[in-house]
Design a protein around this ligand. Structure first.
Ligand SMILES: Cc1ncc(COP(=O)(O)O)c(C=O)c1O
Length: 360
C-alpha cells in the first residue's frame, strides 16, 4: 500500500488513524456483527455514535447550551437556500461577497428576498478581505452573511465583521475546526464536512436556538426547516449515518491531538513553511494579500500557464496530488487541512525548490 500526499480542496485528506480504525470496524462494529453502513439509524449502537459525536464537537468548539448542533444533508450548497428560507423574516439580508461561494449564496438568497451586497473583493479577483469594521449594515437586515474561509481564493477573515448587532451567519466549510472560534459571536455556523472533518454527504449546522422557529418563508419544505431537524435531534429521516460515524472518529482524533488550540498551532506551522517559501521564491508567487492568507488553502502561480501545468503533472508523478488550482482561477492550490501532516508540506516545498532550480 502506498499513500500519496493529497492536497485536494475537498473531498480531502483524512487522518490515517481514522481510516484504519474505520477499516478495522468495517465488518463488525463493536460486536454488533454488522457495519455502521448496515445499521438502523434508530439502533442503540447508532444512537451512541451520534450522541457521542455531538458531545465531542460541543466540547471541541465549546458550543454554548443555547445552540443546537444539526447533522444534515444536501451539502453546504443546500444551506444557501435553507438560511434565507428560515431566517429571512423581514426578507432582507446583507452579504459580504469574498468569493464564488459567497456569491452563489447571495444569488440563492435573492430568490427569497432583498439581498444587499454590503462589501465585496471582486474588484481584485477576491484576493483580499475587505475592511468590515464599519459597513453599511441594513437597518432591517435579518442577518449578515460571510464565507469565513474562501476555499478557491485562499483568503480568510482574521476578524469577524462588525454586524452592528445583526445575526452573523458563516459558511466555515473550509476552516471548520482548524482553530478555536467563539461560537457565541455567530447566529449560524455551518459547513460541509468533506474538507476538514469527514466524507462528503454531511453538513453540520450550529445554530442559536432563538433562530429555530416555525415562522419560515411560506412553502419551505419540511426537510429544509431547521426546526424539523432540531426537534428530531437530526433523526427526522435517515441521516447520513456512515458519514456521521466518521466525523465522530475525527472529533475523537482532534481531542487526542490536544483540541483546537493545538490544531491552530500545527496549522500555522504548516502554512508558514509554505508561505515563507513562496515569499522568497523567484518562480512561485502567492496570489493573496498577506494579511488575509488562509491557513487551509494556499493558491500560487508561476505566471506561466504551461509551467503551471508542468508543475502539477510532475508533482503528481512525485506523489503530491491534486495541486491544480480551481478551474475558475487556474494556477495551483495546496489545501493543507488538519489531517495533512507537516511532512506533506515539507515534501511539497522540497519539490517546489527542485522544480524551481530545474526550470528557472
Ligand atoms: C466555502 C465553501 N462553501 C460551500 C461549498 C459547497 O459545498 P457543497 O459541495 O458541500 O455544496 C464549498 C465547496 O467546495 C466551499 O468550499
Amino acid at each position: 500500500m502506498s499513500r500519496v500526499y493529497n492536497f485536494s480542496a475537498g473531498p480531502a485528506v483524512l487522518p490515517e488513524e481514522v481510516l484504519k480504525s474505520a477499516a478495522e470496524e468495517m465488518l463488525d462494529y463493536k460486536g454488533t456483527g454488522m457495519s455502521v453502513m448496515e445499521m438502523s439509524h434508530r439502533s442503540k449502537a447508532f444512537e451512541e455514535i451520534i450522541t457521542t459525536a455531538e458531545a465531542d464537537l460541543r466540547e471541541l468548539m465549546n458550543i454554548p447550551d443555547n445552540y443546537k448542533v444539526l447533522f444534515l444533508q444536501g451539502g453546504a450548497s443546500q444551506q444557501f437556500a435553507m438560511i434565507p428560507m428560515n431566517l429571512m423574516k423581514n426578507k432582507v439580508a446583507d452579504y459580504i461577497v469574498t468569493g464564488q461561494w459567497a456569491k452563489k449564496a447571495a444569488s440563492e438568497a435573492a430568490k427569497y428576498g432583498k439581498v444587499n451586497k454590503i462589501a465585496s473583493s471582486e474588484d481584485k479577483t477576491f484576493s483580499y478581505i475587505p475592511d468590515c469594521s464599519d459597513l453599511p449594515v441594513s437597518e432591517d437586515a435579518d442577518y449578515v452573511y460571510i464565507c469565513e474561509n474562501n476555499t478557491i481564493y485562499g483568503t480568510k477573515f482574521k476578524e469577524l465583521p462588525n454586524t452592528k448587532g445583526k445575526t452573523l451567519v458563516a459558511d466555515v466549510s473550509s476552516c471548520f475546526l482548524s482553530e478555536p472560534v467563539d461560537v457565541s459571536k455567530y447566529g449560524v455556523i455551518y459547513g460541509g464536512v468533506q474538507k476538514n472533518i469527514g466524507p462528503a454527504g454531511v453538513v453540520i449546522v450550529i445554530i442559536r436556538e432563538d433562530l429555530i422557529t416555525e415562522d419560515v418563508l411560506p412553502g419551505t419544505p419540511t426537510m429544509l426547516t431547521y426546526k424539523t431537524h432540531a426537534d428530531a435531534e437530526s433523526l427526522y429521516n435517515t441521516p447520513p449515518a456512515y458519514g456521521i460515524y466518521i466525523c465522530g472518529k475525527v472529533f475523537k482524533w482532534l481531542k487526542s491531538m490536544g483540541g483546537l488550540e493545538t490544531m491552530k498551532a500545527r496549522n500555522e506551522k504548516k502554512a508558514a513553511l509554505l508561505y515563507d517559501f513562496l515569499d522568497q521564491s523567484q518562480m512561485f508567487k502567492g496570489t493573496v494579500a498577506k494579511e488575509d492568507r488562509s491557513l487551509m488553502n494556499v493558491p500560487f502561480v508561476t505566471g506561466n500557464a504551461d509551467l503551471d501545468a508542468k508543475f502539477v503533472k510532475e508533482a503528481k508523478a512525485s506523489g503530491l496530488e491534486n495541486l491544480k488550482g480551481h478551474r475558475s482561477v487556474g494556477g495551483m492550490r495546496a489545501s493543507i487541512y488538519n489531517a495533512m501532516p507537516y511532512e506533506g508540506v515539507e515534501a511539497l516545498v522540497a519539490f517546489m525548490k527542485k522544480f524551481e532550480k530545474e526550470n528557472l
